[in-house]
Structure formats: structure tokens, C-alpha cells
Design a protein around this ligand. Sequence first.
Ligand SMILES: [Fe+2]
Ligand SMILES: [Fe+2]
Length: 188
Amino acid sequence: MEREKALQLVKKQLTEHRYQHTLGVMETAISLAGRFGADVKKAEIAAIFHDYAKFRPKNEMKEIIINQGFPEDLLTFNSELWHAPVGAYLVEKEAGITDHEILDAIRYHTSGRPNMTLLEKVIYLADYIEPGRHFPGVEEVREMARENLDLALIKAVQNTIFFLMKKNQTVYPETFFTYNDLITKLED
Ligand SMILES: [Fe+2]
Ligand SMILES: [Fe+2]
């Protein structure tokens, strides 16, 4: 799908603020993909669609998670997690994207997962460091991402876990599994 067509489809789903975030993720994902050897075109499309379901009503997301057999433990954790797997589903159904690498990059952009593909790492990290993001620690991750994708990703996942814990929020187990997987491979 061409960039303009994809952006047009996504714009209708998002607020202006979230659309600007999406443009930032797109530019960052293209640049990371080029730097670390991921498929640039797939990175562009995955980035454009990554937050497609962000503003769907919670009830609709809940129904999709149950009806599509997505992990139901998602429903007992922060609803911020839901738009990722629901987005992968809706992007296929409504926008006709069938490429599984792209759909998985959308599906895992919030939780991560063990054995992430290069494309999944690029989208997770681009979402975290795009230029519109301003929070403590983001600049450090941006700098790491210039050199080493895995180290930057580990830092981003750590920060996410710390952030949730500081706010007394639950941490979805898949995020811990992602962290453990990345750290274990680093030490190999
Ligand atoms: Fe998201
Ligand atoms: Fe995002």
C-alpha cells in the first residue's frame, strides 16, 4: 500500500495529536529500519498503522479479544494494551493488510514478546523514541538507538517496567518475558 493511502485511512481513526505521533513513528521507523537492515517499506506501513485501534470503544476491543481468541489475560491488565492486538486484527480486516510481519509488528508494539523480529523491534522502539515523545530517559534511549538496537530496546522495556511500578500499576507478564529474553540473549 502506498504511504498516502495508508495515512489517509489512519487519519480518520485518530486524533490530530495521535496522528502527529504516528508521523513521528513513521519517520523514526524508516530511519531505524535503514540503519539496522529491516525492510523499510514494511516498517513504514507497520508504523503508519500501529495505533489504528487506539480510539476504538473499550467494549468493541473487549469483544474482539474474546471472539478472536486473543490472550484473555489481557482483559485483566491495563486497557492500554488492548489496541495492539485489536489493531492487528482491524488493520487486516478493514485496511486489507495481510503481511504477517507487518501485522505482528502492530500486535506486539506495546507488550513486546520473546523472540521479537527485527521489524517488531524497530516498531516498538520507534513508538518509544519518536521526536514527539518527551519524558525522562527518552533522550538516552534515542542515543543508544543510534548504535545498538537491542541495547536501546532493553532500556526502553526497563523504563516501561519501572514507570508502571512507580505508579503502582500492574506489569503485563509478556513485558517481563520480553525483557528476560533480550537480556538472556545479550549475555550469550
Ligand atoms: Fe500504541
Ligand atoms: Fe504509538
